[in-house]
Design a protein around this ligand. Structure first.
Ligand SMILES: NC(=O)c1ccc[n+]([C@@H]2O[C@H](COP(=O)([O-])OP(=O)(O)OC[C@H]3O[C@@H](n4cnc5c(N)ncnc54)[C@H](OP(=O)(O)O)[C@@H]3O)[C@@H](O)[C@H]2O)c1
Length: 317
């Protein structure tokens, strides 16, 4: 397929590397409102547009990868679907459940494929670790922790997107959705109760966020996300016969099963920069005529957005 990129910032470069690693998938056109001329010099073989509308009007573009700031995802996705393109949209796909409902409606009307780019769910090591847990190898799962925090002085500058409320910055949208998603894989998206606390930035967004979730039946989870602190960046899933530890779980390449003093280590490297796995899923779904993936459905996007919304409403009440 011919891919068109809407927005071309940091993540688009890494995604491009993975796209180049998947046979038959072509980086055909990029649209950047801020940087089209420089990108044309850097990528002379790629068709370059300085507006998103002109890329969407190009009949050769089959599918659009959206990696603009969070506040633009909904409109960019709707515009692309209405232009007859399939869409892979970066996380979080929308910044409210209403946005996801609208995007889903337009996707269904258009008959085109739509998926949130929750690439973690497609990684071989991540999938194997979840399968091991579901097989009962560590017994009944009672508790999980997942933490994803980093600090980048460059990204934290006032004009960057991370701390900017107008660009839907903040830790929960940016990194917190990954720990919530791994929790959802085992306990679902609907805790019976939760408590959330945040350290807020001077700009008024959640800079570090901690959520304790209770799923009933003696199942609990603890989630930490931060755009201001380096955290331990791992997920641990505790059962009554042992636990699974996934280092760097959102970009997992290995995991451990730990029972007492015994540690079994499993390795499953990702292809290229890791996005190749979600790209293959998107390609295969579209080839089969599917309009969504069974591995990360539009309902997953909706449930994720609802949970994020519930958590943010307790922090910014
Ligand atoms: N899957 C992953 O591993 C991963 C990792 C990092 C980020 N992400 C997600 O990818 C998306 C983009 O993140 P990024 O780090 O690539 O962002 P970024 O480099 O800061 O910006 C991406 C693009 O957004 C547009 N943009 C940025 N600031 C803007 C502003 N002030 N006003 C209008 N447009 C602006 C620009 O589009 P133009 O090129 O058109 O000017 C820019 O190229 C986010 O949804 C983020 O959560 C995903």
């Amino acid at each position: 397929m011919n891919w068109g990129f809407i927005g071309f910032g940091r993540i688009a470069r890494k995604f491009l590397e993975s796209l180049n690693a998947v046979e038959g998938e072509v980086p055909y056109a990029f649209a950047s409102r801020s940087n089209a001329a420089a990108l044309q010099n850097e990528f002379p073989k790629v068709k370059m547009y300085d507006s998103y509308e002109s890329l969407l009007a190009d009949p050769e573009v089959d599918i659009v990868y959206i990696s603009t700031t969070h506040n633009f995802h909904c409109q960019n996705t709707i515009d692309a679907l209405q232009a007859g393109k399939h869409v892979l949209c970066e996380k979080p796909m929308g910044i409210s459940s209403n946005e996801i409902v609208k995007m889903t409606e337009v996707a269904r009307e258009s008959g085109k494929f739509l998926m949130e780019a929750m690439w973690m769910r497609f990684l071989p090591a991540y999938r194997q670790a979840i399968d091991v847990v579901k097989s009962g190898k560590i017994g009944e799962v009672k508790y999980m922790t997942a933490s994803f925090g980093f600090r980048s002085e460059e990204k934290l500058t006032q004009d960057g997107r991370l701390l900017n409320p107008d660009l839907a910055g903040g830790a929960l949208y940016d990194v917190g959705v990954y720990p919530l998603t791994i929790v959802s894989d085992l306990f679902g998206w609907e805790p019976s109760d939760f408590k959330a606390h945040a350290i807020k930035s001077g700009t008024g967004v959640d800079e570090t966020i901690q959520v304790q979730l209770d799923f009933g039946d003696n199942r609990m989870a603890q989630v930490l996300g931060s755009i201001a602190l380096h955290t331990n960046k791992e997920a641990c899933i505790y059962g009554d016969k042992g636990y699974v530890r996934i280092p760097m779980f959102w970009k997992a390449e290995s995991f451990e099963i730990i029972k007492g003093d015994e540690v079994e280590t499993f390795s499953a490297p990702m292809i290229s920069t890791g996005y190749a796995h979600e790209i293959v899923e998107v390609r295969d779904c579209i080839l089969k005529g599917k309009t969504e993936s069974e591995l990360f459905t539009l309902n997953d996007s909706l449930m994720s957005a609802r949970l994020v919304e519930r958590i943010l409403s307790t922090i910014f009440k």
